[in-house]
Design a protein around this ligand. Structure first.
Ligand code: OGA
Ligand code: MN
Length: 209
């Protein structure tokens, strides 16, 4: 377990170093992915998620025509064992990224995201005008049964604008890319679309929730 996961860490870091964008098997085990999926569904049913904002700090605002998801930030002290386990695994990746890529990513912020049917996130880059702290974007998909025609793909574009890849949001798939480089968009799905999404960050300005 420890061994195969550290091999995957190496693969992800090497891919980030060469192409800047990894799409492939998740660093989170199937069991952990399932627990996170169940926890997110429970949190969602309890009404714990809130409409996501576009932009940060004072300029942050809700705009459901740009993004239609609801989110819940994981705190620095996770409430749940599965979340704590995920944070540990992701931190291992962050340390490997720093050792190889010298990105100075000293912390990770993570949120659950839930897109209701029909919701998406228009094309964007994961750095807002007032925030250049995000260096690596991460998405761990938490959808146990996802069919091709359920939609909800992540479309990733080359910096110059050509389509690079469409990723179906299956549980067991993860995406990691250099935040400043790749525009991307979330296409609408026909059923709820779940993920754990996060960013490795350079420093820690106050976050607007
Ligand atoms: C985001 C985002 C991608 C996805 O939250 O900024 O682009 O596939 N998410 O959920
Ligand atoms: Mn994004």
């Amino acid at each position: 377990m420890k061994h195969s996961s550290s091999r995957l860490v190496t693969t992800i870091v090497d891919t980030l170093a060469t192409t800047g964008c990894y799409v492939g098997p998740s660093l989170l085990s199937d069991g952990l992915t399932l627990r996170l999926s169940e926890r997110l569904q429970w949190l969602e049913s309890e009404g714990a998620l809130q409409a996501a904002k576009v932009g940060r700090s004072s300029g942050a605002r809700m705009n459901s025509s740009i993004r239609g998801d609801t989110t819940l930030w994981l705190d620095d002290a996770p409430q749940d064992e599965a979340e704590a386990a995920a944070v540990r695994v992701i931190d291992e990746l962050r340390e490997a990224v720093n050792q190889t890529l010298f990105l100075g990513a000293f912390e990770t912020e993570l949120h659950y995201a839930h897109y209701p049917p029909g919701a998406g996130y228009a094309q964007h880059v994961d750095r807002f005008g007032d925030d250049d702290a995000r260096v690596v974007s991460l998405v761990f998909y938490l959808n146990q049964h996802w069919a091709q025609d359920d939609g909800g793909q992540l479309a990733i574009y080359e910096p110059a604008g050509a389509l690079l890849q469409r990723v179906a949001p299956h549980a067991g798939t993860m995406v990691a890319f250099l935040s400043e480089r790749f525009p991307h968009e979330v296409l609408a799905a026909s059923k709820p679309r779940l993920s754990l999404t996060g960013w490795m960050r350079r420093r820690s300005p106050p976050r607007t929730r």
